[in-house]
Design a protein around this ligand. Sequence first.
Ligand SMILES: [Zn+2]
Length: 62
Amino acid sequence: MRTHHITRGDTAHHHPHVLRVNTGTWRWQCDCGGASCRSSVVQLSWREAVIGALNHATCLAA
Ligand SMILES: [Zn+2]
């Protein structure tokens, strides 16, 4: 009987990249299509972009 192993935290499939768009403005983007574009109006600091990327990778359990 084969055990259906559900990988908890699908972080292996999410590798968000933090990109600098302008001086002092950063955003993150993921290969899955996830990105901080939705809040493009808001200028993210590098730290905020990194946090957003981490949140994307860790919070996307579904
Ligand atoms: Zn992703």
